[in-house]
Design a binder for this molecule. Sequence first.
Ligand code: ATP
Length: 436
Amino acid sequence: MAATDLEQIVNLSKRRGFVFLSAEIYGGFRSAYDYGPLGSLLLRNVKNAWIRAMVQERDDVVLIDAAILAPPQIWEASGHLANFTDPLVDCTNCKQRFRLDKLDDPDTCPNCGRHGTFTEARQFNLMFKTQAGPVEEAGTVAYLRPETAQGMFVNFANVLNTSRKKPPFGIAQVGKVFRNEITPQNWIFRTREFEQMEMQFFVPPADSARWFEYWCQERLDWYVRHGIPRDDLRLRRHDADELSHYSAGTSDVEFRFPWGFDELEGIAQRTDYDLKQHAAASGERLDYFDQVTGERYVPYVVEPAAGVTRTMAAFMLAAYDVDEVGGEERTLLRLHPRLAPYQVAVLPLSKKDILTPLAGEVRHTLAGRYMVDYDEVQSIGKRYRRQDEVGTPICVTVDFDSLDDKAVTIRDRDTTDQVRVPIDHLVDEVADRLGF
Ligand code: ATP
């Protein structure tokens, strides 16, 4: 049973240290969130799982990490200064602001319910503008990047010249981006500061449609492989009037959020738009010379662009479950072992000093390979529940018999089954169960 109500996940996140309202002691800061001890591990695991699939397990994609602060020239050439806008309307009755293209009914205010009270739509640019250096004058303006993709385009020649890759090949990046959203909403689904995982796949123009289909399927499969039921996902092709200024065709991977299907990731055919724009604006050559065919061309780009924080929310919602163990209700997150904040929890049965050295040793043995929690407070039953609720796939209990038989009990999160395992075999047994 996935969470049907966002509040269930929001509360669990707050209670257990996944996500806090940013600057909470000052009343919170405009839909910004901080990721706590468990949330930051989950976020990191989402990013690692993406890098693993997109870079590590392939030989045609490389990773970069470009600057967040970027000069106006980039955004002028990319079209973001002119086009990265959302239509903003004000309700003249209740004074609330809305993004026109996200309203169910463009004539009715969802806040006060009045009809025909909206102002004319104004195009509002979503980029955060700032200044680099101490003097406020022309030439010091900089923008916080609203997408990571431009880092790949402006480094296209650098990567081509240094990596020995040739089309078809990709450049991937994971990092923070900033958008001055008109209506941040739904917890971490839409915020002004968030992280993206993007990849530009550069291909010969004639192969672009084929690669687009390939990446749509590949990306959909990635969510399924990491635990989201196929039924809760769908691919939705954009209508022509929805397309971004750079796209010749986009499909979204959508997840069944509690409020309905909504976007997790966009896969776009960006054609040669960005490379051509940057080549023209910078005067640099951004194309590829194929020595075999003797042909020079500007590659087309297929871009899977996903949100880290949004994906984290989807994984939590899909993993949420309530079942019954020993006549008692328990809440658990059935997170994929690669995503779970902790893979293993080491739980000495008692706080007594006599168990501490052995439990510490067991923790140490596992910690070289896995993220391990160590908890000796409260009854063992309560500690199991705590680990279930944060998605820890395996608990290892060290008890008084362990001192003699040099064995521990392994408990499985999903089945609650327990087996006795010699400490000497523990790491292999855990690896077997986790699958890595
Ligand atoms: P929307 O139309 O919903 O504003 P978009 O289609 O412009 O978003 P993209 O530019 O395609 O979004 O961004 C790629 C991915 O980045 C999205 O699929 C989403 O997962 C994530 N993303 C975009 N905006 C936000 C946001 N404000 N907060 C969190 N994640 C976001």
